[in-house]
Design a protein around this ligand. Structure first.
Ligand SMILES: Cc1ncc(COP(=O)(O)O)c(C=O)c1O
Length: 433
């Protein structure tokens, strides 16, 4: 037995001793809203990559790129170190001169929604552009497409929005709007891996699709993310911005992939300047490590079952809570979609006779975790008080989200005993009111 095999064997013992999930006891064991759903195989992959001691992107990253592109049926995958980095990378790429008159310039407007996660919007601001905020719909928590149309101006260059909680936004309306008006679409699919619209995976409709592999997400690497795209020329721009802005596209440890390493003349550099050190963009370093990729490769094998479990759990909660429509706006899948749920959102109605604070405190005492819908109305957040922006129409629903919406977990770590306990607890709370 090789030393590697001996280590793997020991890992099985270690996993049993320290990492196996304890049996669920209602009221005693916490019911998390999300979390990593991992097994000893994931740990083996992580250790396998560590034993290679390659550390930066390597063979597992290649495997992840291939596996992820095969799953989504997309040509190119640029792995990065988080979903936020994926958003920053996707947006920044569109500021490249390579896009000529369609490139995004400082001062250009980008349509987005006010309710959501901050790093869907931040790259717009970080690149000196102007976010134009429109409202969401209750129940789907996705963009109100009528307001989106009203938001168009001569300065609009792109739409950058998320598929909220795994529920696709109206891709029919949004892609048509973008095509009709020559706008880029960046689909933040961080919470929606595996969600489909008209049987096509989200993330594959726009110029770029972004994903997160933080533990709350459909698959995890601990920290990690990816940008996907169909065109090789777009992929090269992504790689450049991700890898310090360089013009060269050699993988770590490789040289002369282009076959003319000392045969370029770019900018004001002298002819034959090493291509490895020629920079065509003001870039970042957003790469991940091979240990992260290794966990991703292992998790990817289970993605289909994870998605099905999320759908099952969402439906189970829906069936158990659908009699409570007098108290809550229940969540609803977007038309023509098959969501890959991230969470089960409830909005307390004004007429419910109780507040969101009361119900989440009740659940908290029963060790049932819940979450707000991220930043609520981002324009109420301290960080956004002085940003240059436009608001279009009323943001009434975003205000409601900030005041009255919360979501419950549907991740594969929740079993029906836990879901029954959530359903019973919510009914118990309402009975007491
Ligand atoms: C919609 C959305 N976009 C982006 C992100 C950022 O992902 P990460 O935490 O990997 O940076 C999140 C985080 O959960 C998210 O919910």
């Amino acid at each position: 037995m090789s030393s590697r095999e001996k280590i793997f064997k020991l890992l099985e013992e270690h996993y049993k001793e320290e990492l196996e999930t304890p049996e669920f006891i209602p009221g005693k064991t916490p019911v998390p809203v999300s979390g990593k759903f991992t097994d000893v195989e994931d740990l083996k992959y992580l250790i396998d990559a560590s034993l290679d001691f390659w550390l930066t992107e390597g063979r597992f990253t290649d495997d992840f790129e291939n596996g992820f592109s095969e799953f989504l049926g997309i040509k190119h995958v640029a792995p990065v170190n988080s979903g936020s980095s994926a958003n920053l990378l996707a947006f920044s790429a569109l500021t490249s001169d390579k896009y000529k008159d369609r490139k995004i310039n400082k001062g250009d407007e980008v349509i987005t929604v006010a309710s959501g996660f901050p790093t869907t919007v931040n790259p717009i601001i970080q690149n000196g552009c102007v976010p134009v905020f429109v409202d969401c719909e209750l129940e789907t928590y996705n963009i109100n497409t009528e307001s989106m149309k009203e938001a168009l101006s001569e300065k609009t260059k792109a739409v950058m929005i998320a598929h909220t909680l795994g529920n696709p936004f109206d891709l029919g309306e949004v892609t048509k709007f973008c095509e009709d008006n020559d706008l880029w679409l960046i689909e933040d699919s961080c919470d929606a891996l595996g969600a489909e619209y008209n049987s096509q995976y989200v993330g594959t409709f726009g110029k770029f699709g972004t994903f997160s592999f933080y533990p709350a997400h459909h698959i995890t690497m601990g920290e990690g993310g990816a940008v996907i795209t169909q065109k090789k020329s777009d992929f090269k721009v992504l790689e450049s911005f991700r890898d310090w802005g360089r013009d060269c596209w050699c993988a770590p440890g490789k040289n002369d992939t282009c076959g003319r390493r000392y045969d370029w003349q770019l900018g004001n550099l002298p002819y034959a300047y090493d291509h490895k050190y020629i920079y065509s963009h003001i870039g970042y370093n957003l790469k991940l490590t091979d240990m992260q990729s290794a966990v991703g490769v292992s998790q990817l094998k289970k993605l289909n079952t994870f998605i099905e479990k999320r759908r099952f759990n969402w439906k189970y909660l829906y069936d158990g809570l659908k009699d409570l429509e007098d108290y809550f706006y229940l969540p609803r899948a977007t038309k023509n979609s098959n969501p890959s749920w991230f969470g089960f959102a409830l909005t307390v109605k004004d007429t419910a006779g109780f507040s969101r604070a009361e119900i989440i405190e009740f659940l908290d005492q029963r060790l049932i975790a819940s979450r707000f819908l991220f930043g609520g109305n981002l324009l109420w957040q301290p960080a956004y008080q002085n940003i240059q922006h436009r608001e279009v129409g009323s943001l009434r629903n975003s205000d409601t989200v900030a005041l009255s919406t919360f979501w419950l977990g549907v991740f594969p770590g929740l079993d029906t005993k836990m879901l029954d306990y959530i359903i019973e607890s919510i009914h118990e709370f309402i009975k007491q009111k």
